[in-house]
Design a binder for this molecule. Structure first.
Ligand code: NAP
Ligand code: G4F
Length: 336
């Protein structure tokens, strides 16, 4: 069978790194976009996959570029001719999007339409996965499914709504195999350090080691449906192998509060969360999304995909990983 070629935008992120591993394991030739930076620190999640350009039988190709550059996107897609495209690139932090609304709209919203236009302009036969978000649902009460209306509550959510409908529109207008995965929160030891789960598990590791005493959080009543990222990237792939292009909810279906997550994470090392969590209003948002819990029935019935790791096991595995990381000499100090 000829080698299949995939392009991943956002390959240096949490999901991109797991997806690259998964596709390389399946024998794909994988191309990824890496943003130019003054340091190479942004590639730490994929450094173990790196292949020198002089190696023979190379399977991973990294391209300096940016989803805000339309010309670059057109040229790259024309040159690489991928059979599958995974659009994971985004300014993905909800709280940050309130401070950077214009930038977030440009990257997270317009980035998607640049990619869709680049596919159309290149005229290649390809399939496209768009990384959608449960943030689309905002204040609509759980459980949320594929028919739940949208009410985004942040510049990030609004940008993802634009990206969602752009993907649907290109599918309907140009017969493109383009699909939205409406993913609920998914985490891992590679999760960005300022998302709440990783912020908690890093703090647990440092507090357990006696390096600090408190972690400062915002709204601990928020409910989320937390799954395990390496499982979610397999759903992205299944969606592009389907007979028909269809949008799906990706979720565990199990709710938990931020407080629940903190309680389990601290208890895993024998600590009481109430003695180590302090509330700091600076981490609250101008508009909160109070409760997200997905109904993953459609993807289970249609593609046989199911999230197996639930939030409490996830909390424990993330704590274990951060303790191991600290013991290996990483600092894990809190970040802004
Ligand atoms: P992430 O860790 O924040 O990774 C985002 C990726 O996008 C990084 O590779 C980042 O590059 C890249 N990126 C940012 N701006 C870019 C630009 N202008 N041009 C090119 N690349 C750019 O996010 P994630 O958790 O892996 O999530 C992947 C996707 O799924 C995102 O679209 C996110 O919004 C969406 N999503 C995530 C979740 C979740 O719970 N994880 C849930 C729903 C939807 P740098 O490494 O250089 O920053
Ligand atoms: O971990 P979070 O920052 O993730 P959030 O806002 O749910 O967004 C993540 O999931 C979305 C899918 O629903 C993705 F689309 C998005 O890209 C991202 O991956 O916050 C989770 C909850 C929020 O309700 C927040 O208000 O935790 C609450 N929270 C409480 N204290 C905190 C904190 N969040 C952060 N980041 N930091 C805190 O100190």
């Amino acid at each position: 069978m000829p080698t299949r070629t995939a392009l991943i935008t956002g390959i240096t992120g949490q999901d991109g790194s797991y997806l690259a591993e998964f596709l390389l394991g399946k024998g794909y030739e994988v191309h990824g976009i890496v943003r130019r930076s003054s340091q190479i620190a942004s590639t730490t999640r994929i450094d173990h996959l790196y292949q020198d350009p002089h190696e023979s039988n190379r399977k991973l190709y990294l391209h300096h570029g940016d989803i805000t550059d339309a010309g670059f996107m057109v040229n790259l897609i024309r040159d690489v001719q991928p059979q599958e495209i995974y659009n994971l690139a985004a300014q993905s932090h909800v709280r940050v999007s309130f401070d950077l609304p214009d930038y977030t709209a440009n990257v997270t919203g317009l980035g998607t339409i640049r990619l869709l236009e680049a596919v159309r302009a290149s005229g290649i036969d390809t399939r496209l996965y768009q990384a959608g978000s449960s943030e689309l649902f905002g204040t609509i009460e759980p459980p949320q499914d594929e028919n739940t209306p949208f009410h985004p509550r942040s510049p990030y959510g609004v940008a993802k709504a634009f990206a969602h409908w752009s993907t649907v529109n290109y599918r309907e207008s140009y017969d493109l195999f383009a699909v939205n995965g409406i993913a609920f929160n998914h985490e891992s030891p590679r999760r960005g350090e300022t998302f709440v789960t990783r912020k908690i598990t890093r703090a647990v590791a440092r507090i357990h080691a006696g390096l600090e005493q408190f972690v400062y959080l915002g709204n601990v009543d928020a409910v989320r449906d937390w799954g395990y990222a390496p499982e979610y990237v397999t759903a992205f792939w299944h969606m592009l192998q389907a007979d028909e292009p269809r949008d799906y909810i990706l979720a565990t279906g199990v709710p938990a509060t931020v407080r629940d997550f903190a309680e389990v994470a601290f208890r895993h090392v024998g600590l009481d969360w109430r003695e180590h969590v302090q509330i700091d209003k600076r981490y609250e948002r101008p508009a909160e999304v109070p409760a997200l819990t997905g109904d993953p029935s459609r993807i289970k019935a249609g593609l046989g995909w199911e999230a197996t790791t639930k939030w409490d096991d996830l909390a424990r595995l993330m704590v274990d990983a951060d303790i191991a990381s600290l013991q290996a000499g990483n600092d894990l100090r809190s970040t802004p």
